[in-house]
Design a protein around this ligand. Structure first.
Ligand code: CO
Length: 294
């Protein structure tokens, strides 16, 4: 498939999934049911997950995804952020939405949504990334909330989820000019907290880094599976647990992190435990502006 067609098809799949997410995110639904629906649909439609679906609730801002035996459920009033990546031949559509369980109308969600729209309006060749960040910040502050300063949008490249340019969620004072042909994802996060995220203790998403000497037989086998199945893209502990069992997977992943063969993404939480909403779209930068494909 041509590069452009692959992005567009991957984007269509994510759009279809997003349409069905609000009906699924209800009081009592398990995180695991939602994850299986999102990732299962991606595969059913002929693509692959570009990363494990991130299901991050309330003050948890990103990088959460269920384990194989996860029993967590959504509760009324939860802010459920669903960040979805689908890829075809490594060409990635990256998109996210926030649903408040049991409610349709919420200012925190509107803040990140409006910020994303304002940012998309600004996209054209020559616009600087910090100007886009400024528009995001202004929209979010207009609702009385703060943008999360240490999370940002990014470029998309084949088999690379986060490449340059970085697109900040506030005006950093300096940035780079967008160019025609850039492929970018913009993802404002709004919070009623302090506007920063920090690492939590859990690590549920990983990615391959490099070949290092691995003496443990099981770890070597797991590393082979990682390279074959996920290439350089992020993967979930849950995916490997389905192959190797949870106990063996946890053991092998610890070993591989220690040997720097793989990298562990920490779950990210809002530094003041504020609630967080997120909106994200992927787009081509064209001479006329943004062509959104998610
Ligand atoms: Co993204």
């Amino acid at each position: 498939m041509e590069e452009r067609d692959a992005y567009i098809r991957a984007g269509e799949i994510t759009r279809m999934i997003k349409e069905k997410v609000p009906a699924m995110v209800r009081n009592g639904t398990t995180y695991l049911e939602l994850a299986r629906f999102v990732e299962g649909t991606i595969v059913e439609q002929g693509a692959h997950p570009a990363f494990p679906v991130n299901i991050s609730v309330n003050n948890i801002s990103a990088h959460d995804t269920p384990t194989i035996d996860d029993v967590r459920t959504f509760k009324d009033g939860d802010y459920v952020k669903v960040d979805i990546g689908a890829q075809i031949d490594g060409f990635i559509a990256d998109t996210a939405m926030t649903v408040k369980v049991g409610e349709n109308d919420d200012d925190l969600i509107k803040a990140s949504k409006d910020a994303l729209e304002a940012a998309i309006e600004m996209v054209r060749p020559g616009v600087r990334t910090n100007e886009i960040g400024g528009a995001i910040e202004e929209a979010i502050r207009g609702y009385g909330f703060r943008p999360i300063e240490n999370l940002s949008g990014h470029g998309l490249e084949q088999y690379v989820c986060h490449s340059s340019p970085t697109i900040p969620n506030y005006d950093t004072g300096q940035g780079v000019a967008l160019r025609e042909g850039d492929i970018i994802a913009i993802e404002p996060f709004a919070t009623d907290g302090i506007g920063k995220v920090m690492d939590a203790d859990e690590h549920l998403i990983f990615k391959y880094v490099a070949d290092r000497p691995v003496r443990l037989d099981l770890a070597r086998k797991v590393l082979g599976t990682i390279k074959r199945n996920y290439n350089t893209l992020p993967f979930a502990e849950r995916w490997l647990s389905e192959i190797y069992t949870k106990r063996k997977t946890e053991f092998a992943l610890k070993y591989l992190v220690r040997s720097s063969s793989i990298y562990a993404f920490a779950v990210l939480k809002e530094a003041n435990n504020g609630n967080v909403s997120q909106s994200e779209h992927s787009m081509f930068v064209t001479s006329d502006g943004a062509e959104v494909f998610t």
